[in-house]
Design a protein around this ligand. Structure first.
Ligand SMILES: CC(C)(COP(=O)(O)OP(=O)(O)OC[C@H]1O[C@@H](n2cnc3c(N)ncnc32)[C@H](O)[C@@H]1OP(=O)(O)O)[C@@H](O)C(=O)NCCC(=O)NCCS
Length: 215
């Protein structure tokens, strides 16, 4: 059975930062993620509602772990004293499952320590390395997008700290605060302006954020 499960899992990657270990998100993480993705205060800012059952968690995790363009990581604390039998707790998720969008979430018990910024800034260079260039056959991207609920001030700050620029505004509706898109151009390539991503007031605004947005 284990071999069957492993066959479904994505190729393993690991990124170490000063305080974190990022390792490929696996379908097998579904149960461990339930504590995070069942929290209303986390999920209200994402494209998905609160996840309440293991079955829903499996679906949620599969969507974010499997697929040709998926590059998503479980965030763990680097210094957690793990043993072979005890896995480090997953404190968040970072990466992309729907290019060119990318995003992150951190468990509220670990928020406010700069972990999301540290994780996202470590994933971005590798994400750019993996995304085919727009110029190569026209199928890739020369930028990454972060879509954020307009009221999600904390997440907007993270994108700014990671070098993203405000590109688009989707206006609020009675039931929604509106959304904003921040973009970051591929380092060493065309600028956001050259890529036509910096909307001028004359371009108007989008009426809808894309579905699904980040994480
Ligand atoms: C948003 C979220 C990822 C933040 O994670 P985190 O690890 O606490 O983020 P960081 O600590 O790296 O950065 C938070 C920054 O926002 C700042 N900040 C905190 N509260 C703030 C507030 N109310 N207003 C403005 N900035 C705020 C912090 O000061 C910090 O900036 P600083 O390092 O310059 O001081 C986390 O709260 C979360 O997962 N929320 C729910 C899911 C979500 O919103 N995901 C993003 C969807 S696009």
């Amino acid at each position: 059975m284990a071999a069957e499960t492993d066959a479904l899992e994505p190729e393993f990657h690991e990124i170490w930062t000063p305080r974190l270990r990022l390792r490929t998100l696996r379908v097998a993480d579904a149960s461990a993620l339930l504590g995070l993705i069942s929290k209303e205060e986390v999920m209200r800012w994402t494209s998905h509602g609160v996840v309440t059952t293991v079955e829903q968690a499996e679906r949620w995790t599969k969507d974010r772990a499997l697929g040709k363009d998926v590059f998503n990581f479980a965030i763990e604390l680097r210094d957690y004293q793990s043993s072979d039998t005890v896995q480090r707790p997953i404190i968040g998720v970072v990466g992309s499952f729907h290019l060119p969008e990318a995003g992150y979430m951190i468990d509220p018990s670990y928020a406010g320590h700069g972990y999301a910024t540290e994780a996202f800034s470590a994933v971005l260079p590798q994400l750019f390395d993996r995304i085919p260039r727009l110029s190569e056959g026209g199928l890739g991207y020369d930028h990454v997008e972060g879509w954020v609920d307009a009221a999600n001030t904390r997440s907007r700050r993270i994108l700014e700290k990671c070098g993203f620029t405000l590109c688009e505004i989707v206006p609020p509706k009675p039931e929604h605060a509106g959304a904003v898109m921040f973009g970051k151009a591929r380092p060493g390539g065309k600028t956001l302006e050259e890529l036509g991503l910096l909307a001028s007031p004359a371009d108007g605004v989008r009426s809808e954020a894309p579905t699904p947005p980040v994480q």
